[in-house]
Design a protein around this ligand. Structure first.
Ligand code: GLN
Length: 477
């Protein structure tokens, strides 16, 4: 059966465009048509953009004249998370307080994608300011998982994940601060990459946790994730934390991988069938000649606690700039302070307020030593433990999430929601790159739901992840 144009992977579409088997216009229209049709039910896009006719025509001309020399992403319709700036378009981070904020410049990610000839279908729904693991925290209503609309798509990049998984675009970008690309990738059956911290410029991303945030791709295949990453990676003078190819020692891609498995982290809190999928996937890799090595990461059980101190601390600092004066929605008050209070009270949702309270508390004098500095120290130890583990293994594997996509409201207690990030936060805390790849389905209420395997690599070794990821999806890169 031939696939509809919007169901293609980027790699397949790029080939068809070059072979003249479809046009940029047809590809774009197929995605927009699917997006219009499905958005009412799924609430994936906060806005579908007017077609940029000039960009569509320019992409077609470039493919016609340059052929294979044209960038792979030329003419490819993508979706962007609502916290990545696109000049002239609203970027609200799914918050009421930024609902009228129009970006005055392109994020570096956006700029590079435009230069490659990619097209943007729209901006995708997300947890407000990227805080959440289900996309239930959006000020504009939750996103539904295209595989089972009674379930969440994961978060916070749930809109971008649902857009790619539901074929409302060919690929998408999200941001990851504690798992927000990899976790929804797992829940939607996609490949999701959180690159090495600094591999992609943060210029033009609405900041959440500045020492943690990274943009990255959500894609239908490992090859597509690599193509999207390659198009936007690289140093940027506008982001002093961006890295170059020589920042970290180069790691040769091995023929067979030594895969580290922290078995001690898999003892509790993991659904038995998710664990079975994980063990089966590891066995398959072993059968192909890779070796499994038990590794110990003793500080890992504290990573989640450290993250939920550091992240709110940074979030409360970053969100201080939203005061109703400089950006977005402004509420009148009898004096300046009353105006600030009214704007922030009305503009921020409950989870954002919770993080601001937590963050200002752990940073306040008297508590900063007990909480923030302790968490920061744990972060250093965690990184040392990973460094040590990488002396004997090439990548470290775990499930991406303890369970498949859950129902709306199922994790209304914030702590149970925070536990969703147990396997993902360490990569953000250490800055290391990590990839989630589909590892087979499990059944819930008669519906077959995807699960993900998660690989972490040493700093700067993002490319290793694609190689091992492709062994799982059985792709040749
Ligand atoms: N779920 C995590 C949080 O709520 C991670 C969010 C993210 O990666 N942006 O903080």
């Amino acid at each position: 059966m031939t696939k509809a144009l919007n169901e293609l992977t980027i790699t397949e579409a790029a080939r068809m465009l070059r072979a003249g088997e479809c046009t940029v216009r047809e590809l774009y229209d197929a995605c927009v048509h699917a997006a219009r049709e499905k958005n009412v039910a799924l609430n994936v896009y906060l806005e579908l953009f007017e077609a940029d006719e000039m960009a569509i025509a320019a992409a077609q001309t470039r493919i016609d004249t340059e052929g294979d020399a044209a960038p792979l992403l030329c003419g490819i319709p993508l979706a962007m998370k609502d916290n990545i700036l696109i000049e002239g378009h609203i970027a609200s981070a799914a918050s009421k307080i930024l609902s009228n904020y129009k970006a005055t410049y392109d994020a570096t990610v956006t700029k590079k994608l435009k230069e490659a000839g990619a097209l943007f279908i729209g901006r995708t729904n997300m947890d407000e300011f990227a805080m959440g693991s289900s996309t239930e925290n959006s000020a504009f209503g939750p996103v539904r998982n295209p595989i089972d609309p009674t379930r969440v798509p994961g978060g916070s990049s749930g809109g971008s994940a649902a857009a790619s998984a539901g074929h409302l675009c060919l690929g998408s970008f999200g941001t990851d601060t504690g798992g927000s690309i990899r976790q929804p990738a797992a829940h939607c059956g996609l490949v999701g990459l959180k690159p090495t911290y600094g591999a992609i410029s943060r210029h033009g991303l609405i900041a959440l946790g500045s020492s943690l945030d990274q943009a990255g791709p959500l894609a239908k295949s490992v090859a597509d994730a690599k193509a999207l990453f390659d198009a936007v990676r690289g140093p940027d003078v506008l982001d002093s934390t961006s890295i170059t190819d020589t920042t970290y020692p180069r790691k040769e891609t091995p023929k067979t991988f030594r895969i580290g498995v922290p078995y001690h982290l898999l003892e509790e809190g993991l659904d038995p069938d998710v664990k079975e999928n994980f063990e089966r996937t590891l066995k398959e890799l072993e059968a192909e000649g890779h070796t499994l090595v038990e590794v110990s990461l003793p500080t890992s059980p504290y990573a989640l606690a450290a993250y939920y101190v550091i992240q709110p601390a940074e979030a409360s600092t970053n969100l201080a700039r939203f005061d109703g004066i400089r950006y977005g929605v402004s509420k009148e008050g009898k004096d300046l302070l009353a105006g600030y209070l009214a704007s922030r009270t009305e503009g921020f949702g409950p989870e954002t307020k919770r993080r601001i309270l937590l963050g200002t508390f752990v940073l306040s004098s008297g508590y900063i030593d007990a909480y923030y500095r302790k968490a920061d120290a744990a972060r250093q130890v965690l990184r040392e433990e990973y460094d040590r583990a990488f002396e004997t293994v090439d990548v470290i594997a775990s499930p991406t999430t303890p369970s498949p996509a859950f129902k709306f409201g199922e994790k209304s207690d914030p702590v149970s929601m925070y536990l969703e990030d147990i396997f993902t936060v360490s990569a953000d805390l250490t800055g290391m790159p990590a990839l989630s790849v589909p590892m087979g389905n499990v059944e819930r209420d008669g519906v077959s739901l995807p699960t993900g395997i998660h690989f972490t690599a040493p700093l700067g070794a993002d490319d290793l992840l694609f190689t091992i990821g492709a062994r799982v999806t059985k792709e040749t890169l």
